[in-house]
Design a protein around this ligand. Structure first.
Ligand code: KG4
Ligand code: ZN
Length: 358
C-alpha cells in the first residue's frame, strides 16, 4: 500500500449527490454535498424519479467540485469508491455508472461500498487516533436505517438487530409533522426539546422493548403516543366514558412533548445497546469500541447519552463530526480504504443493489 492513498468517493443512494477525496481513510481533503431538498420539499418526501434525474445533472459538477476543493488532480487519485447499496435503484445507478467510468478511464481500482456500513465508519473521519476499536458495537440511526452491529473488522460485521417499522430519523420526522414543526423535522424537534425549562417527564411515552432479549427496534408506538398526546385519544364507541380532550398545544406543551419524545427515543437506543453489549460479552467478544453514524447521531441528547454509555462500559466511542452525520461521500471514500487494504476490489460488473445484505 502506498504511504498516501487518496480515494475519490461517490455517494448517490438517495437525494444527496456527493463526492469527496479522503487520504488514508481519515484525512478528508474535500467533501462536497449537493442536496436535493428543495426539489422534493413540495412532495413531503423523496420522489425517486426526480432524485435520479437530479443526480444525472449534479454528478459531474460534484466530482469536479471535490477535485477542486482538495487541490488534487484526478491523476493523483489511487482508487474510486462508490456507495452501491442500499438505496433507490435509479439514484444508485447514476453513482455506480460515474464511478465505473472514472475508475476505467483513470486506470485505478473500483471499490463498492455499503452505504450503511459507511455510516459506521464516519466517526473515524478526521480522527488521527489509532486506538483499537474492535471488537466493536456498531449503531446506525438514520432516516432509513436503525441497526445494531457486532463488528470484528470492517470486513467482518453482523447485524444483530434492526427496526421492525420506522427508522429512528423517520419517527423523528413524523413526530415533528404532528407537532407542526417545519422541515427538516428531526433537527427542529431536537432544537425544540432543548428549550430551557422543558419537562421530559410531562408524558410517559413508551419505550419499545419487544421481547426481553430482542435487539430490534420499534418506533411506531412512540409515534402513536405523540399523535394521541397532541390530538387526543380517539374515542371508542363501546366506551362509556369518553377520553378527556388533550391539553392545549401551547408552545410550552410542544416543547415538553418534544423533550418526552426525545427522551423515549434515546432511552430505546441505549436499552438495546446495553443488551447488545451484554450479549457480546457473554459470547466472549466483549466490545472495546462503539462506532456510531447516521443523521440522528447529530441529535444533541443522543450524543450525550452515547458518550455516557461508552464511558460507563469503557468503550472507545467514534461518533461523526456534525458534517459527517448525514449522507456524504467522505464516509464512502473512508471505508473504501480498509476495504482496499483487504483486497475487496470490484470490477466493471459492479451492480447497484437497492437492499442491504446485512
Ligand atoms: O443519514 P441520513 O442523512 O439519511 C439516511 O441515510 O437515511 O439521516 C437523515 C435523518 C432525517 O430523518 C433527519 O430528521 C435526522 O436524520 N436528523 C436528526 C437530527 N439531524 C438529522 N434527527 C434528530 N435530531 C437531529 N439533530
Ligand atoms: Zn444514509
Amino acid at each position: 500500500m502506498l504511504t498516501r492513498t487518496r480515494i475519490l468517493g461517490i455517494e448517490t443512494s438517495c437525494d444527496e449527490t456527493a463526492a469527496s477525496i479522503v487520504e488514508n481513510g481519515s484525512s478528508v481533503l474535500s467533501s462536497f454535498v449537493a442536496s436535493q431538498h428543495d426539489l422534493h420539499a413540495e412532495y413531503g418526501g423523496v420522489v425517486p424519479e426526480i432524485a435520479s434525474r437530479a443526480h444525472v445533472e449534479a454528478i459531474l459538477p460534484a466530482v469536479l467540485a471535490a477535485v477542486k476543493q482538495a487541490g488534487v488532480p484526478l491523476a493523483d487519485i489511487h482508487a474510486v469508491a462508490v456507495g452501491h447499496r442500499p438505496g433507490l435503484i435509479g439514484s444508485l445507478l447514476v453513482g455506480v455508472a460515474a464511478a465505473k467510468a472514472l475508475s476505467w478511464s483513470l486506470g485505478v481500482p473500483l471499490v463498492g461500498v455499503d452505504h450503511v456500513h459507511a455510516h459506521l465508519y464516519s466517526g473515524l473521519l478526521g480522527s488521527a487516533s489509532n486506538e483499537e476499536v474492535f471488537p466493536a458495537l456498531g449503531l446506525v440511526v438514520s432516516g432509513g436505517h436503525t441497526s445494531i452491529y457486532a463488528m470484528n473488522s470492517w470486513t467482518d460485521l453482523k447485524r444483530l438487530g434492526a427496526t421492525i417499522d420506522d427508522a429512528m430519523g423517520e419517527a423523528y420526522d413524523k413526530a415533528a409533522v404532528i407537532l407542526g414543526l417545519p422541515h427538516p423535522g428531526g433537527p427542529n424537534l431536537d432544537k425544540l426539546a432543548r428549550t430551557p425549562g422543558t419537562n421530559d417527564r410531562a408524558e410517559d411515552f413508551p419505550i419499545s422493548r419487544l421481547s426481553p432479549t430482542s435487539l430490534d427496534f420499534s418506533f411506531s408506538g412512540l409515534k402513536t403516543a405523540m399523535l394521541y398526546a397532541v390530538r387526543g385519544v380517539p374515542s371508542n364507541p363501546r366506551q362509556h366514558t369518553p377520553h378527556p380532550p388533550p391539553p392545549p398545544l401551547t408552545d410550552a406543551r410542544k416543547a415538553d412533548l418534544a423533550a418526552c419524545f426525545q427522551k423515549a427515543a434515546c432511552d430505546a437506543v441505549i436499552l438495546k445497546l446495553k443488551r447488545a453489549f451484554d450479549l457480546q460479552a457473554s459470547r466472549g467478544t466483549k466490545p472495546v469500541g462503539l462506532l456510531c453514524g447516521g443523521g440522528v447521531t447529530a441529535n444533541s441528547r443522543l450524543r450525550l447519552e452515547l458518550d455516557a454509555f461508552a464511558r460507563a462500559r469503557n468503550l472507545t466511542l467514534r461518533i461523526p463530526k456534525l458534517e459527517y452525520c448525514v449522507d456524504n461521500a467522505a464516509m464512502i471514500a473512508g471505508l473504501a480504504y480498509p476495504l482496499l487494504q483487504a483486497g475487496k476490489v470490484a470490477d466493471l460488473s459492479l451492480e447497484p443493489v437497492p437492499t442491504t445484505a446485512c
